[in-house]
Ligand binder design. Structure first.
Ligand code: PEP
Ligand code: MG
Length: 578
């Protein structure tokens, strides 16, 4: 029995059979081989390539019902790369002529291939170079020995995925597998992988040090997404205890599910709108079931990912947004314009050579440089706005000029649609995401111009505290309760209130029950979060009093550290309950 701890990122408790997914680098060592061993080495490599082709084909099958044909074509491209005769031929020549092992020979051939692809000016081929490197890793794993991982699922299985890290695209292909939980060695609460995990509504723990070294496939594992615990090969007593806890948690969920339709009002009657963050359109059902009063953030990056390597057309945009707008009508749905770049998903349109992309051409900066992509999306949103329940949100605004330029594009799109006779909501609300500290601190400049503010705490904290949101080595410093974060939120709320404009928080802090009384007390009127947290947060709000929250927020703004704020919250919430 081994107990490992990490950061809980998705609530619940699950018990299942472990399945390890490793994407870690395997060091390639050069060894000399005798001429008579050459044919054996070539055969070993051929088999590893074949096994990798099998993996890719399996992955494609698993992803089939989740992803569009355009996205599935990427898997076909991977098979073509692996079957490329030049790859095996080049490696074979190295093995025979230079007397080196298969691993080293393969590395040489792969490097040639990557260089060739990178030398083209075509971003599509440059993107394939990244794929080649990923496939290389996989072939090297097969050369290192048979993979413990199983590639097909049988019904009735309860699989717990254990991995060193999972890319967003890998995670999104897991939707149809019988996965009951996952745990990863790396990752932090706000990494996009964790966000997608919550959308699957299964318990997850990330940043579990030593996980992949200790765990074995096909063992029994407990994942406690409430406490941030992973128990490998639990004892009988532990199994019984966690089965009891899992059932108790399910009962609690069921009880609050009964309240899903009720709005979230504080005990003194203030309505707080609790809305959903959507990444994938197939989360619509779970968001509605949880009682979300609309969508506070639709991350449109996924739409672009689904269409990669092509770009979505205006009709594609219209189709997606229309579906969401209809599903949530009459509630409001906020479509955030493309936030590509930074640590987010790769797309052929991005510059891969950018040295510090989190501070680079990301989100609105990218869109203002690529007005055609931006305007196609804006026209799509406008065309889907006939029901008058859509709103537009511009991400990563840093200067007033950016907001003005983005608005000019929007106005131009409105004129074009009008000329074409396309009906749309002429007064579609427009808001900005406050996720850059400079924007928070100058919120009064934007307040008269925008219809609403939406605070993206994931990035705001990253930029304010200089903590990479995806780096688990600094995750312990990532603190939504840091007084500097609270001061920024307070500043935005005050500036917005002076103009009578509402403020939403749509970062992960919105789903943190410790943050709820602070955000409500600071003046936030809408909390938008992953659908799996909606029920809990609504339930929590119903036990809070606005006046007590305001008093708490006032005290918290005078605190010197996040720990002091946490103490204040514990005392206030404990007191409210008692
Ligand atoms: C945020 O930064 O808080 C946010 C909601 O946006 P994203 O997580 O997509 O960057
Ligand atoms: Mg953000």
């Amino acid at each position: 029995m081994t107990r490992l701890t990490g950061t809980p990122v998705s609530p619940g408790i699950a018990i299942g059979t472990s399945q390890i997914i490793l994407v870690q680098e395997i060091p390639v060592v050069k060894t000399s081989i005798a001429p008579e061993a050459a044919s054996g080495e070539v055969e070993r490599l051929r088999k590893a390539l074949e096994a990798t082709i099998g993996d890719v084909e399996n992955l494609k099958e698993r992803a089939r019902s989740r992803l569009s044909e355009d996205f599935l074509a990427i898997f076909d491209a991977h098979v073509i790369i692996l079957k490329d005769p030049a790859l095996l031929r080049g490696a074979k020549a190295r093995i025979e002529r230079s007397g080196v092992n298969a691993e080293y020979a393969l590395q040489g051939s792969i490097q040639d291939m990557v260089r060739g692809l990178m030398a083209t000016d075509d971003p599509y081929f440059q993107e394939r170079a990244m794929d080649v490197e990923g496939l290389h890793r996989r072939v090297q794993q097969h050369l290192a020995g048979p993979l413990p991982e199983k590639t097909t699922w049988t019904s009735g299985e309860r699989v717990v995925i254990l991995a060193d890290t999972l890319t967003p695209s890998e995670t999104s292909t897991l939707h149809n597998a019988p996965i009951v939980a996952f745990a990863t060695e790396h990752g932090a609460r706000t990494s996009h992988t964790a966000i997608i995990a919550r959308s699957l509504e299964i318990p997850a723990v990330v940043g579990v040090k030593g996980l992949t070294k200790t765990a074995e496939s096909h063992g029994t594992v407990i994942v406690d997404g409430l406490e941030g615990l992973v128990i490998l090969n639990p004892s009988e007593a532990e199994l019984a205890e966690y089965e009891r806890r899992a059932e108790a948690y399910q009962r609690h969920r069921k009880a609050i599910l009964g309240q899903a339709r009720k709005e979230a009002r504080t005990v003194d009657g203030t309505l707080i709108r609790v809305t959903a963050n959507l990444d994938l359109t197939d989360e619509i059902g779970s968001a509605l079931a949880a009682g979300a009063s609309g969508v506070g953030l639709y991350r449109s990056e996924f739409l672009f990912l689904d269409h990669s390597p092509d770009l979505p057309t205006e009709e594609d945009h219209l189709g997606y947004y229309d579906r969401i707008a209809q599903a949530f009508y009459p509630h409001r749905v906020v479509i955030r314009t493309l936030d590509l770049g930074g640590e987010k998903y790769f797309h052929a349109v991005l510059d891969r050579t950018e040295r510090n992309p989190v501070l680079g051409v990301r989100a609105i900066r990218f869109c203002l440089r690529q007005p055609e992509i931006f305007r196609t999306q804006l026209r799509g949103i406008l065309s889907a706005s006939k029901r008058k329940n859509l709103a537009i949100l511009f991400p990563m605004i840093t200067t007033l000029q950016e907001y003005q330029q983005a608005s000019d594009h929007l106005e131009a799109c409105k004129r074009e649609l009008k000329a074409d006779g396309v009906p749309f909501d002429e007064h579609i609300p427009v808001g900005i995401m406050v996720e850059v500290p400079s924007c928070a601190l100058t919120a009064e400049a934007y307040a008269p111009l925008v219809d609403f503010f939406s605070i993206g705490t994931n990035d705001l904290i990253q930029y304010l505290l200089a903590i990479d949101r995806n780096n688990d080595s600094v995750a312990h410093l990532y603190d939504p309760m840091h007084p500097a974060v609270l001061k920024c939120i307070a500043h935005v709320c005050d500036a917005a209130a002076a103009e009578g404009k509402p403020v939403t928080v749509c970062g992960e802090a919105a789903a943190d029950p410790m943050m709820t009384p602070l955000l409500v007390g600071l003046g936030v009127s809408e909390l938008s979060m992953t659908p799996s947290s909606v029920l809990e947060v609504k339930n929590h709000i119903r036990n809070l009093s606005l006046r007590a929250c305001q008093k708490l927020a006032k005290k918290a703004l005078k605190a010197r550290t996040g720990a002091e704020v946490a103490e204040l919250v514990k005392t206030a919430v404990g007191g409210a309950k008692g």
